[in-house]
Design a protein around this ligand. Structure first.
Ligand code: HEC
Length: 213
């Protein structure tokens, strides 16, 4: 009886594998297509299995104070918004063209994850996706990552003022540099103030930026 059950599980596994490969072949490997439901389900299941026991239930050791949230907001604008957008929607040039896309982190799929899960993902990244790992295990980096978890919880309720402040902290592309101002404090062209003040702001951002990227 047991043998039969094992055989059934193996056969079911094989069937899923074959269906996956068949869908991959028929759909091609463009990053533009959204992943199929099967692919999302398999990737989600693999990710759950791969998360070490205990990681999910780790409590956030920091309080979501106004200061911690402000730091995390600045950090997110500088390091994460490129893909995730300031409001966490993932609606950026890069975020929406990655495979899988950067998710809308305001939705339950992200918000229902535990603090421990979000921390683990930020610290370790997600293999085979655009999501980088942001920690090498240094305590100051872990501290930043726990604060980012608090900020992710705030995403559904961000105010327009908070988003406007983040816009001043977003990294500028080389293209914008060329159009706007020269290096820090040396305005060029006819938009001197915008470029100069943005640079100044970033440099004076709150606290250290240990991720250094
Ligand atoms: C280069 C693009 C990129 C950058 C930069 C980036 N991410 Fe991501 N992130 C992704 C992608 C793509 C995913 C979705 C991966 C997937 O679906 O498996 C993701 C997923 C996540 C998730 C998991 C959400 C969920 O519901 O599963 C969290 C949390 C996250 N990112 C936080 C961050 C934080 C915090 C930063 C900045 C420190 C950051 N990301 C920077 C691309 C990026």
């Amino acid at each position: 009886m047991r043998k039969r059950a094992t055989l059934l599980v193996v056969l079911a596994g094989l069937a899923v594998g074959v269906a996956y490969i068949a869908s991959m072949i028929s759909r091609g490997f463009s990053a533009r297509e959204p992943p199929s439901r099967l692919e999302v389900a398999i990737a989600g299941a693999m990710r759950s299995l791969a998360m070490p026991a205990g990681a999910r239930s780790r409590p956030n050791p920091f309080k979501p104070t106004a200061e911690a949230l402000a730091q995390a907001r600045a950090h997110f604008a500088d390091h994460c918004a490129l893909c995730h957008a300031n409001n966490g929607s993932g609606e950026t040039e890069i975020g929406r063209n990655l495979y899988p896309k950067a998710p809308d982190m305001r939705l339950p799929a992200t918000q229902n994850k535990t603090d421990g899960e979000l921390f683990y993902i930020i610290r370790n990244g997600i293999r085979f996706t655009g999501m980088p790992a942001w920690g090498s295990g240094h305590p100051s980096e872990d501290r930043e990552s726990w604060k980012l978890v608090h900020f992710i919880r705030r995403l559904p309720d961000l105010t327009p003022e908070e988003i406007a402040e983040m816009e001043t902290l977003n990294p500028r592309s080389p293209h914008e540099h060329a159009e706007g101002a020269g290096p820090r404090g040396t305005p060029v062209g006819d938009a001197p103030d915008r470029g100069a003040s943005r640079h100044g702001h970033r440099g004076e951002g709150p606290g250290p930026r240990p991720h250094g990227r």
